[in-house]
Design a protein around this ligand. Structure first.
Ligand code: NAP
Length: 332
């Protein structure tokens, strides 16, 4: 793809769209040309804040505008699917917030549409592109702690005033989909796809999950213990261990500033330079993949997106969390 500066379009003007757009400024070869919101006022406010030329009061109008190469989608999870599908069908690359869809079936469909249209599609699992996380997993792959046999990861916080979408089933509410996906991604990166999954969860009266604990088991005998919650402030740490020691990510493990190598020679803090808010790394990977003409970003693999959604489907089934549309999209 012979593009000098990749033209980004941003869908939605909420929290994460704001952080992502701020961080794109780190990249000289990226330019934000369009913003779309459900309201013109919000599009104007966001456009003025970031100096964005084209401002739309409708997501589809941005997709039809012809002024972007790639779309970043920062709406609540249930809206991701139809927006991503429309963009991919129009031949616009997509970087979509996590979880990309509510079900694995929907994610498989988006990947098929991406392949059909020869257009890049990636889940914005920014943790995977964080340089500290990458360095820690490179150590693991080198065998610094031996064969990994245990992973622990935890993501949870308590606030008096939670963002309303977190408790709203119609908006994909619950900590599992929003936060649990990080410990699950850590467990998956450390040990792969588990053979057996067990989960327990506490739900509120609306059927929204507030606390979840998952146990994963592997044919090798390895296990993972993964937790997430909205009722207490958690340490936000993650570790992977083998017979020779452990590799630890301090809080917040999904965008850490360093990691710790714990082996027979003692504890060693390993610093890896990181800058910005941490979102420009995934954007750079997407642009690199677009320029290489790929439909999949190697750092944000489709298989991981789908398999983690399959694990989310199964975990939701075990703890009894359902969303509108599950009848059509769960299974298959
Ligand atoms: N990677 C990360 O670090 C990270 C962090 C937080 C969240 N996320 C993910 O990003 C997504 C959005 O989270 P957020 O915290 O940014 O949410 P948010 O602050 O509530 O923003 C969501 C935006 O989506 C748009 N939207 C479209 N349909 C909507 C609806 N029916 N109700 C409410 N808003 C709607 C709105 O923008 P307009 O009014 O402009 O259309 C809204 O501002 C989620 O999928 C979440 O998992 C990722």
């Amino acid at each position: 793809m012979g593009i000098d500066r990749v033209r980004w379009g941003i869908v939605a003007t909420g929290n994460i769209s704001t952080s992502f757009t701020k961080d794109l400024a780190v990249l000289d070869d990226a330019v934000v040309t369009a913003i779309a919101s459900r309201s013109q006022d919000s599009a104007e406010r966001f456009g003025a804040e970031f100096g964005i030329e084209h401002r739309f009061d409708d997501y589809q109008r941005l997709i039809d505008s012809g002024v972007v190469d790639v779309l970043y989608i920062g709406t609540p999870h249930p809206q991701h699917y139809s927006i991503a599908r429309a963009a991919l069908q129009a031949g616009i690359a997509v970087l979509c917030e996590k979880p990309v869809t509510l079900t694995a079936k929907q994610a498989r469909d988006l990947i098929a549409v991406a392949v059909e249209n020869d257009t890049l599609f990636a889940e914005a699992m920014w943790m995977r592109t964080n340089p500290v996380v990458q360095a820690m997993f490179a150590d693991l792959a080198k065998g610094v702690v031996g064969e990994p046999m245990q992973a622990l990861a935890d993501f949870g916080f308590h606030r008096q005033q939670l963002a309303p979408r977190l408790l709203d089933r119609d908006l994909g509410g619950g900590i599992l989909m929003d936060g649990g996906i990080y410990p699950m991604t850590f467990g998956y990166m450390a040990l792969g796809r588990p053979e057996e999954v067990k989960a327990v969860g506490s739900l509120n009266e609306d059927g929204v999950d507030l606390s979840v604990a998952m146990a994963w088991k592997y044919a090798s005998g390895a296990v993972a213990a993964l937790t997430c919650g909205l009722r207490s402030h958690h340490p936000f740490t993650a570790s992977v261990s083998g017979p020779e020691g452990s590799l630890l990510l301090p809080g917040a493990f999904h965008h850490p500033e360093y990691y710790v190598r714990q082996t027979a020679s003692g504890d060693e803090r390993v610093d890896v330079p990181v800058h910005g808010l941490g979102y420009h790394y995934e954007a750079a990977e997407v642009m690199r993949s677009m320029r290489a003409g790929l439909v999949e970003c190697p750092a944000l693999p489709h298989a991981a997106t789908v398999e983690i959604l399959e694990l989310l489907d199964e975990t939701r089934r075990q703890i009894g969390v359902s969303y509108p549309g599950d009848d059509e999209y769960l299974g298959g």
